[in-house]
Design a protein. Structure first.
Length: 229
């Protein structure tokens, strides 16, 4: 079925969804967004994505793309190499790949930590993992901090490195503050500040967590971000 605009399934509290939403805003692609989670909207998400994860993108042609890296690759191809947030083959691209890969690994591990600590019943939590992962995360975050440049993460132009690291910092500030206290990682703090000044980050703001996400009809992402009610 043909759609007027692409549909992004997933809420912005998912850093994977949010990096897609921010990239789409940066590219000027109008889209609809369903602020849903795979937990609260299992059947809705499953309609589009057999592994039942967010984000999932449905294109105007009805093509379904799963996995944020694949969606970003689709978007980069859609806007062309001149505008793609992942630069063409070059030393800059090599740097962006390194930064994005480490930031994504930190997001992945933070998600596992969250599931272990918040989703698993307390009596079944396996503390040695929590400790081990927290140690891995601290050294990875420190290492990433050392890789961040200025005025942009990977050099002198905006790339996917800024977007992915920006959402990663916000995720940790929201979910795992003890692993990223403000002031400890000066380059990451400075990058987050630069990102927060960008309208694309503001337009893909985190939903109000006090509101429970619902099956509300998709809203136009070009409208101000709504709470995931
Ligand atoms: N590698 C995936 C990860 C997506 C992911 O793990 N999304 C989480 C929400 S942040 C999810 O849908 N979790 C539900 C589940 O794992 O069953 C991507 O980059 O899109």
């Amino acid at each position: 079925m043909r759609r007027e605009r692409p549909l992004l399934v997933g809420w912005n509290r998912s850093p994977y969804t949010r990096r897609v939403a921010i990239s789409m805003h940066m590219y000027g692609i109008e889209f609809e967004q369903r602020a849903q989670t795979a937990w609260d909207h299992f059947d809705d998400v499953r309609r589009f994505n057999p592994i039942v994860k967010i984000p999932t993108l449905v294109t105007e042609d009805g093509e379904v793309i799963v996995e944020s890296a694949a969606i970003l690759d689709y978007l980069d191809c859609r806007v062309g190499p001149e505008r793609a947030l992942m630069p063409p083959p070059s030393p800059l691209r090599d740097r962006v790949r390194q930064i994005v890969a480490l930031a994504t690994a930190i997001i992945d591990k933070g998600r596992e930590l969250r599931y272990e600590v918040h989703l698993r019943p307390a009596e079944l939590r396996y503390e040695p993992w929590v400790e081990r992962w927290s140690g891995q995360l601290s050294s990875a975050i420190e290492s990433l901090d050392g890789m961040i440049g200025t005025p942009f993460a990977a050099g002198d132009r905006l790339t996917q490195a800024d977007v992915t690291v920006g959402v990663m910092v916000d995720m940790y500030r929201n979910m795992h503050q003890h692993l990223m206290p403000e002031g400890r990682y000066s380059r990451l703090d400075a990058l987050a500040e630069r990102c927060h000044a960008m309208s694309a980050f503001e337009r893909a703001a985190l939903e109000d967590i006090s509101a429970t996400p619902s099956n509300a009809e998709p809203h136009l992402a070009s409208q101000p971000a709504q709470a995931a009610t």
